[in-house]
Write a protein of this length. Structure first.
Length: 435
């Protein structure tokens, strides 16, 4: 015993006793304050924007640690972070719906999480233009609001010249998609469900983004920012019987989790810990204003739109996860991973896993051709053989050039009494065919 004391050994009883004391001391420590979190991850110039005293509740580190339910493959995020470290100006695309647009947040876009995130990005990682002057990280947006409308209007994304990071936020809006007219095969009974429709369109978007080069492989983050509040309401103010008969109560997070994990897409999430926190004492407590974590304190309406203060919480989730990934990058060693853990989709000759929901025809048309339409060009003098195979019926239309130079081709109906008709078979519509 004296020998052990003199050289620092402890008996097993002493170890257990000391560990117990240490644990008790640890539990006696006060919780991490809002200000400590802000001090750690927010630049001084942005601290006045944070409205610390008006946050819905005390956001702790333990909460934010739960915000990365899918680690995924971080190789693309590391490419993005290295650009930030080299003071390269970047472009960030926010693909989302009304939550991303800041609906009902008392300021819309100026009060939304994308605005704070981009302000934070520019302050924490100042960038330089080619002439060494102060530059700016740029925000990119679309005019669409769910996975289906982004699929249909893909040109709004493909036409962006440079793109470094995409943040996809469809957790709420995808639950409102009712039909899937672009499928090229009968998907059976499951194909008519909202959940299947959601994963089908999201898989196409993910595969397109993984193949995209703008000019580098684009970093992709699935962001689950919110949930539909009214589906969790008690009987006194809602219809729990209706929503408990749905698979996920119209919460799309499990579906995004599924796809993100299979495609190794990093997922940042606020709803993964905010929803359990709101309802852990029951539905009545979840919709009680005296509960600081309640859904009605987070939402500005019965649906799903956070208050301005709620958008600050969403912003903290984004920046915390990115800061943590930056720490991982700085401590990363190549020998920590195996070759099979590489992101094969980021290679010069990218390799994607087999589709989960897409047929071979759907993959060929919607992903590999990077298009949701078939172009039939009647003006191209050398394209007659190509478009002519799509003509099913032609009554009274002639293809020729009618200008003096004979170089402006098109299909022209000469008659003036009406009745001319042409029928073209194109790709699209129910099961992919519309005539």
């Amino acid at each position: 015993s004296s020998l052990g004391s003199s050289i620092g050994f402890e008996s097993s009883h002493q170890k257990k006793s000391n560990m117990s004391v240490q644990m008790l001391h640890a539990f006696d420590q006060p919780s991490v304050s809002k200000r400590n979190i802000i001090e750690e991850i927010v630049p001084d110039s942005l601290k006045p924007q944070c409205d610390l005293e008006f946050l819905q509740f005390n956001v702790t580190k333990s909460m934010l640690k739960k915000s990365r339910p899918v680690i995924g493959n971080s190789q693309r995020l590391h490419i993005f972070l290295k650009k930030l470290h080299s003071k390269q100006c970047t472009s960030v695309l926010f693909m989302g719906g009304s939550v991303t647009a800041g609906h009902n947040s008392r300021g819309r876009l100026n009060a939304s999480f994308p605005k704070f995130f981009m302000d934070w990005l520019n302050e924490r990682y100042p960038c330089e233009n080619a002439d060494r002057t102060r530059g700016s990280h740029l925000t990119k947006r679309t005019q669409q609001n769910n996975a289906q409308t982004h699929f249909v209007s893909w040109s709004q994304i493909s036409q962006i010249e440079t793109l470094d990071l995409v943040i996809m936020e469809f957790n709420v809006n995808d639950s409102f998609i009712d039909k899937m007219p672009h499928a090229m095969e009968d998907k059976g009974p499951e194909g008519s469900t909202k959940d299947y429709i959601s994963v089908w369109y999201n898989e196409i978007l993910l595969r397109r983004l993984l193949l995209m080069r703008k000019p580098d492989p684009v970093a992709i983050v699935t962001f689950n920012a919110d949930y539909i509040g009214r589906t969790w309401a008690p009987k006194s103010i809602g219809d729990p019987e209706k929503y408990r008969k749905t698979l996920f109560r119209r919460n799309q997070e499990p579906l995004k989790f599924w796809l993100s994990s299979l495609y190794e897409i990093p997922m940042f999430s606020a709803s993964v810990w905010m929803l359990p926190l709101a309802g852990k004492k029951g539905a009545d407590w979840q919709f009680n204003k005296t509960n600081p974590y309640s859904s009605i304190n987070f939402h500005a309406d019965r649906c799903c739109h956070p208050h301005r203060e709620g958008h600050l919480i969403l912003s903290l989730v984004l920046v915390y996860c990115l800061v943590q990934e930056e720490k991982n990058l700085l401590s990363f060693h190549r020998e920590d991973t195996l070759d099979v853990e590489q992101d094969f989709t980021a290679n010069p000759d990218p390799t994607l896993r087999d589709p989960i929901y897409l047929s071979e025809d759907e993959e060929a048309l919607y992903v590999r051709h990077d298009s949701n339409s078939k172009l039939i060009d009647f003006t191209d003098p050398s394209a007659e053989k190509e478009w002519n195979k799509h003509v099913v019926q032609n009554d009274g239309w002639t293809w020729f050039a009618d200008n003096r130079e004979k170089d402006k081709f098109g299909l022209i109906a000469d008659g003036v009494s009406g009745g001319q008709h042409i029928s073209l078979q194109i790709t699209g519509g129910k099961l992919g065919l519309v005539e």
